[in-house]
Design a protein around this ligand. Structure first.
Ligand SMILES: Cc1cc2nc3c(=O)[nH]c(=O)nc-3n(C[C@H](O)[C@H](O)[C@H](O)COP(=O)(O)OP(=O)(O)OC[C@H]3O[C@@H](n4cnc5c(N)ncnc54)[C@H](O)[C@@H]3O)c2cc1C
Length: 499
């Protein structure tokens, strides 16, 4: 007889928990999995369609992954190549889910949208050319095009040149980009999981306490049901804290030594959205620019085609905003205060003192008027009219702050998996590139906490039923033909372009 109520508890119904739950259940159909979600709806926080930009981050257009030129004038494209390969795992997994009936109707969650990088000024144009030279030399980015020709840019994205003064501009474009509704994917995956034997998805349940049981190995999980406040405690062998912004508070509650000194700094977000069909129909791209001044990398502005619930809109942003909540809908204004503990106070103060640029940026963003925001949009779309755009709230990113950063006092902008020493708890911190690399991230969780599922040739073969490219190095020199052979069926299944 089992000594715990479930083998796996997943906290949160965002893209991370949903992906981990489905992958684990498919790898081992005997697993008993319970997923708790505080909200009544599934995946309504950062993974929800309107709360993120829906960019299938593949390194194609995001200039923040390819920093300014090296001393020899070249641009290091290693990070873009890595992210492309990580996103490939997501495409492969989603395509297989569609083939196996786990996910339905691809246009609900992924659509082909070209990815464009756009720069202006005499300083930026040579940078983009050097980036293009580095990227297009790799087989992942071989179909990329580069131009400084205004007429060509008008053909690719007419809004970029409409009303623009004569100035140096350049762009790159690849048709293989995508717009993704991560919330729809998570909802589809959770629906499938909930139908499986010995698996439960429980919306309306807030996990309030995680504590070790007396055996020192397994865990007690207490969840409060929102409609009547009743608390339930159950036991499990493994916990995945996929609670998005809520993860830091839960990790602190669990008392893990690994969470000692950990803090979280929330940054809210806002978008401008345009639904005017006359404007929307003239833009078919995700256009990423350069980060303005002191803005953190995750605040790089972009003008995006979005397809949500079958409807096309344009989105521009993100703008940052002040908040003390860790979750958009189910956070509390006391979240930041409650997260401050004696063990992280010094780290938080140091972060405050060494990130004055970031604080100045947040103050500047928080005091913007609508006209200021539209002026930022006009850097991309000079003829934009304020009346065509409305402001909406985006998701909250809780940037992890760790004691191990020591003197550096770094706010983490990346995504990081934290695992307890005995591997019975895993948690996800940070938000970028986030959802796009969810399959790669949860594969790392499985590698650490369920190594038996992936062991040997049998384990690799098992995983390749669900991620056909698992453990293949598609980025190596000479792997171009192999990559194309494997990438093609997944893209066909998902209705995406390869070139
Ligand atoms: C402004 C913005 C733009 C972004 N753009 C992109 C993009 O273009 N492309 C991309 O790939 N990524 C993007 N991201 C990142 C991406 O949204 C996240 O990485 C991803 O959605 C995180 O998924 P998650 O499952 O970890 O968290 P979430 O989707 O936030 O899910 C966590 C869930 O846990 C629940 N929860 C929290 N606490 C508890 C509790 N105590 N008990 C029970 N349930 C709980 C929450 O209600 C929530 O449903 C963006 C993020 C933001 C904020």
């Amino acid at each position: 007889m089992n000594s715990t109520d479930s083998d796996v508890v997943l906290i949160g119904s965002g893209i991370m928990s949903a992906t981990l739950g489905v992958l684990l259940k498919r790898l081992n159909p005997k697993l008993r999995i319970t997923l708790y979600e505080v909200a009544d709806e599934i995946s309504g926080e950062a993974s929800d369609g309107w709360h993120n930009a829906g960019t299938g981050h593949a390194g194609i257009c995001e200039l923040s992954y390819t920093p300014y030129p090296e001393p020899d004038g070249s641009v290091n494209v290693t990070k873009a190549i890595d992210i492309f390969q990580e996103f490939e795992a997501s495409l492969q997994f989603w395509a297989q889910c569609v083939a196996d009936g786990v996910l339905q109707d691809t246009t609900n969650f992924i659509n082909p949208v070209p990815h464009v990088s756009f720069v202006r000024t005499d300083e930026q144009v040579p940078y983009l050319k050097a980036r293009y030279d580095g990227m297009s030399a790799h087989h992942f980015f071989a179909p990329m095009e580069f131009t400084t020709d205004r007429a060509k840019i008008t053909e690719w994205a007419p809004l970029l040149t409409e009303g623009r003064a004569q100035e140096a501009i350049a762009a790159t474009k690849m048709n293989g980009g995508s717009d993704v509704n991560f919330g729809e994917i998570a909802r589809g995956l959770c629906a499938w999981l909930n139908e499986q034997e010995e698996c439960k998805v429980l919306p309306g349940h807030r996990v309030t306490d995680l504590s070790r049981r007396s055996d020192g190995k397994t865990w007690s999980v207490t969840a409060e049901r929102s409609f009547d406040g009743q608390a339930f405690t159950s036991s499990t062998n493994f916990i995945f804290v996929g609670a998005g912004g809520g993860s830091i508070l839960l990790l602190q509650n669990a008392g893990l030594p690994e969470a000692w000194g950990l803090g979280g700094f929330p940054i809210g977000g806002e978008w401008l959205v345009c639904d005017n069909p006359e404007v929307v129909s003239r833009h078919e791209a995700k256009v990423y620019g350069q980060s303005p001044g002191s803005a953190p990398t995750m605040a790089v502005p972009h003008l995006d085609t979005r397809i949500i619930n079958g409807r096309k809109s344009l989105l521009f942003g993100p703008y940052a905003s002040w908040t003390t909540k860790y979750l958009h809908r189910h956070g509390r204004y006391t979240d930041l205060l409650r997260s401050i503990k004696p063990h992280n106070l010094a780290t938080l103060l140091k972060i405050g003192a060494t990130n004055l640029d970031l604080i100045g940026y947040l103050v500047q963003q928080g005091t913007q008027t609508m006209e200021d925001r539209v002026n930022a949009l006009r850097e991309f779309y000079p003829a934009a009219k304020s009346t065509d755009w409305r402001l909406i709230e985006a998701g909250i990113r809780v940037q992890a702050i760790k004691k191990t950063d020591g003197e550096a006092g770094i706010v983490h902008y990346g995504t990081e998996v934290l695992t307890s020493e005995d591997r019975s708890v895993s948690a996800l911190l940070g938000a970028s590139p986030g959802a796009s690399t969810s399959v790669h991230i949860v594969t790392e969780v499985i590698r650490k906490s369920f190594p038996e599922l992936l062991a040997g040739d049998e384990g690799v073969a098992r995983m390749r039923q669900f991620i056909p490219t698992f453990d293949m190095d598609l980025k190596a020199d000479g792997a171009g033909a192999k990559f194309r052979e494997l990438a093609k069926p997944a893209r066909e299944q998902l209705g995406l372009a390869l070139d």
